[in-house]
Design a protein around this ligand. Structure first.
Ligand SMILES: [Zn+2]
Length: 320
């Protein structure tokens, strides 16, 4: 970490903590940011949350960490963006950006000439990914998702970077680690900029849960400790994560009623039926979804009504 940490109009001298609003160029959007420039030398860690503005345990974990972390606890620096989609969170706008109705998790790396969501993504990608060395993006499951605590770690930055991302993920207390080739989310974009990175999912159904929030905080601090950035002690995790990949993401072939046969964390044998779609007007099964290999249900959609192309279930390979 160089002496001065600077992002947008915000600057933090060595040993200083600064909070303020980052203005997204070409839009009315602002994003709350906290810069913690540590007293010691080290790398710069980026914590993001609220890319999906209705995923609360991650947002609240980041909000508490920005209050609790002090420069005296840090070698290097920490940049915290607790609500990437700030307007969406305060306006209670579901999972999209109010300004253009886009899902921020699908628009990275964005564009300086695009819609507000694309400009916001581009700003994160250039001004934040450009000055940081590592990234964790906290999510908490969607409003129609019930899921295992899990991590998607990026494989798109090459073998060496992937090893670091996986080692970071192994410090956490989630149940499963899944390799990801996604590039249109925040952590994938970070990976293309050279940052070992992962997306941590814990929670779901639009709920705020204090225990999940505390587990998120522990996991973030454990990773920062592993990277030599956090000086404090971190309690051991209650769970040791297990690799579960490749993962398949089954989508609906037609409209109808979705009936999953398993809950998240259930282990399933190859060929077992994960769920079916039935007609609305009678009990005819119009689509059936079988496990492609022995594995585990990572998450599934909990709504009865399903539209063609909608997510049904995510399933990871596991030897058991
Ligand atoms: Zn999310």
């Amino acid at each position: 970490m160089e002496k001065l940490l600077q992002i947008g109009d915000l600057t933090a001298e060595k040993g200083q903590k600064v909070s303020g609003e980052y203005k997204v160029a070409g839009t009315d959007l602002t994003v709350p940011v906290t810069l913690i420039n540590g007293v010691g030398e080290g790398k710069t860690f980026l914590l993001t949350a609220g890319v999906h503005p209705d995923e609360y345990p991650g947002i609240q974990a980041a909000l508490e960490l920005k209050e609790e972390l002090q420069p005296e606890m840090i070698d290097g620096a920490v940049v915290i963006v607790p609500m990437v989609n700030y307007s969406g969170t305060v306006q209670k706008f579901g999972y999209k950006l109010p300004a253009d109705g886009k899902n921020m998790n699908k628009v990275f790396p964005g564009s300086p000439d695009g819609s507000p969501a694309e400009k916001l993504a581009w700003a994160i990608h250039t001004d934040f990914h450009g000055v940081c060395d590592y990234n964790i993006d906290l999510h908490s499951g969607g409003e129609e998702e019930d899921m295992e605590p899990l991590i998607f770690f990026s494989m798109i930055g090459g073998e060496e970077q992937e090893k670091v991302s996986h080692a970071m993920a192994a410090q956490t207390g989630v149940t499963y680690l899944v390799r990801s080739s996604s590039s249109n989310g925040e952590y994938g974009a970070a990976s293309t900029k050279g940052l070992p990175s992962f997306l941590l999912e814990r929670g779901g159904q639009g709920m705020y849960d204090a225990k999940e929030k505390d587990e998120n905080k522990r996991d973030v601090l454990a990773v920062m400790k592993y990277l030599g950035i956090y000086r404090g002690e971190v309690a051991p995790a209650a769970v040791t994560p297990v690799d579960a990949w490749p993962a398949v993401y089954l989508e609906a072939d037609c409209d109808g009623r979705w009936f999953p046969n398993f809950t998240h964390g259930d282990k399933v044998r190859e060929g077992q039926v994960l769920g079916v779609i039935k007609n609305w007007m009678d009990d005819t099964v119009v689509a059936e979804y079988k496990a492609p290999f022995d594995g585990v249900v990572l998450y599934y959609t909990t709504s009865l009504s399903i539209k063609k192309g909608g997510a049904l279930v995510a399933y990871g390979k596991l030897d058991w």
